[in-house]
Design a protein. Structure first.
Length: 123
């Protein structure tokens, strides 16, 4: 679904997913060539109407966050990325991603090793 969003809506959604939650001003700060605050609020409202964004009120301000459906959107986007750029190979995609992060922390390395071990056990 995210691929069908207009460019600005997609950019706002991606920034919000990166923030996990934030006000319109926080989202605006993460945008390249940001539009006005009111334009960002309008874009967030459109995303809310599409069911991609939810909000709550904190101190008379709306705090936006991706709707729970965002996890499935991320999974679909990742599947498309792997299929398109890595010939469907999750291993090739993982290798490329790890090459972008040369300074992995021990807990991250441990988590990766656990996933590899689990995959070996499954055959």
């Amino acid at each position: 679904m995210i691929e069908s969003l207009p460019r600005r809506e997609r950019e706002v959604f991606e920034v919000l997913c990166g923030l996990e939650e934030g006000t319109a001003s926080a989202v605006r700060a993460g945008l390249s060539d940001p539009p006005s605050d009111s334009a960002v609020r309008t874009l967030l409202g459109r995303l809310a109407a599409k069911g991609l964004v939810v909000h709550r009120t904190v101190n008379q301000a709306y705090v936006y966050s991706p709707a729970p459906v965002a996890a499935s959107v991320a999974e679909t986007a990742m599947q498309r990325l792997v299929r398109t750029f890595f010939d469907g190979s999750a291993a090739n995609a993982a290798t490329a991603l790890l090459g972008m992060a040369p300074d992995l922390k021990d807990d991250e390395l441990d988590a990766l090793q656990k996933i590899i071990n689990d995959a070996r056990e499954r055959g």
